[in-house]
Design a protein around this ligand. Structure first.
Ligand code: GLA
Length: 380
């Protein structure tokens, strides 16, 4: 490339960011067409992008120094097997745009991610959403936020091969600063208006903090436990002759003969009710402390009925509660990852979690406070 071409290309490179998320409540409800209430984190994935005219996508990542992945934009699926795992997320998004007929000739993508990987904070959704919003602005400005959620999810489910629901991508695209996003997944999927509501969530004003403890015990959605829970939920809905567990009520549980399916369904039914109770309290302007007990009940349900917790997650929750947290729960798919706690004194709770992990001989957790941040956007 001549230097004048390089200068021209440099001028056309812009940057976008898409955040990770924590879900305040509503875990394993998204693929049952239920309710969720996530916030976006200030930690995100930054994507610098610019068009190129030679039919190639060229991909780099600050987390993979020295590695350059190049692929032909046409027929990415045929090239999938030779691509490194991390590159399948962004290239899956490119493939979705190509399939959608959005006229991408070539593109440079430079990624830089600050969401911890494997912490249950949706680093992969942040990655897909950052590339999606970049490509939307560059090549398909007519696409809506909802379209972007679907593209990012399709890339992750299809090309990257990870069977997520739609919670993480919705949170990364749709969340707004200072709010939790109340999403009725069935209504959202059916493209009904009013499916998403921004609920003010100002913890600071209430003298509260939300902490995240990343336990460092890895969480991997592709390793089978997540897919197994999804098929158990589907089996429970079939046994109850309902379209989805979203339609089940507590009285239905006696009709489930299989005790395992009964437990799984019980979690989904009670979790949806807890989301609605939290939303009612927040909408009514009640003190956010009041939602603490519901968060803790969610954790117990995920631990006992849905069986997706892990010893490090349980220990972090109990340590937070012992140190005065109003409520605490695991977040995300489970089997590892992170815990959130609603607290008055972040320092005291963080210290107790760290000390209890040391006593138990667990890897030191990473504890930090979070605030509801903005969703995916272009950076100036
Ligand atoms: C993961 C999935 C989401 C959702 C959560 C559990 O984060 O990606 O779609 O199912 O687990 O609530």
């Amino acid at each position: 490339m001549t230097s004048s071409h390089a200068a021209e290309r440099e001028l056309r490179v812009e940057k976008w960011i898409a955040p990770g998320r924590v879900n305040i409540i509503g875990e394993h409800t998204d693929y049952n067409e239920g309710f969720v209430l996530p916030i976006a984190l200030s930690l995100g994935v930054v994507c610098a992008a610019g068009p190129r005219g030679d039919g190639l996508v060229r991909l780099t990542s600050a987390q993979r120094p020295g590695e350059v992945v190049e692929a032909k934009v046409k027929d990415l699926v045929a090239q999938r097997e030779r691509l490194p795992g991390w590159a399948r997320y962004p290239l899956g998004v490119v493939d979705e745009f190509v399939r959608g007929g959005h006229g991408i000739v070539g593109v440079d993508l430079e990624l830089d991610g600050a969401v911890p990987i494997g912490a249950g904070l949706s680093s992969s959704a942040a990655l897909c959403c950052a590339v999606t919003i970049a490509l939307r602005d560059l090549f398909a400005p007519e696409l809506t936020d909802r379209d972007m959620v679907e593209i990012a999810r399709a890339a992750e489910n299809g090309f990257a091969g990870v069977p997520t629901g739609i919670l993480d991508q919705s949170a990364s695209i749709l969340c707004t600063e200072g709010h939790a996003l109340f999403l009725d997944i069935r209504a959202f999927t059916d493209r009904e208006s009013g499916a998403a509501e921004q609920i003010p969530f100002d913890l600071h004003a209430a003298g509260l903090a939300l902490i995240v403890a990343d336990t460092g015990s890895p969480h991997d959605l592709a390793d089978g436990g997540y897919a197994e829970r999804r098929s158990q939920c589907d089996a429970a809905a079939v046994a109850l002759e309902l379209p989805a567990l979203r339609d089940a009520v507590s009285e239905d549980l006696v009709r489930l003969r299989d005790p395992l399916l009964r437990c799984r369904a019980k979690h989904v039914i009670t979790e949806n009710a807890r989301v609605l109770a939290v939303v009612d309290q927040l909408r009514a302007g009640a003190v956010p402390q009041g939602i603490g007990a519901l968060l803790t009940a969610s954790h117990r349900s995920l631990r006992d009925d849905f069986e997706v917790s892990a010893p490090a997650l349980d220990l972090a929750v109990e340590a937070a509660l012992d140190a005065g947290a109003h409520g605490a729960r695991m977040v995300g798919g489970g089997f590892g990852g992170s815990v959130i706690a609603l607290v008055d004194r972040a320092d005291l709770v963080a210290d107790n979690i760290v000390n209890r992990f040391a006593t138990a001989g667990f890897t030191a957790p990473r504890v930090f406070t979070v605030e509801p941040a903005a969703g995916a956007r272009r950076l100036d």
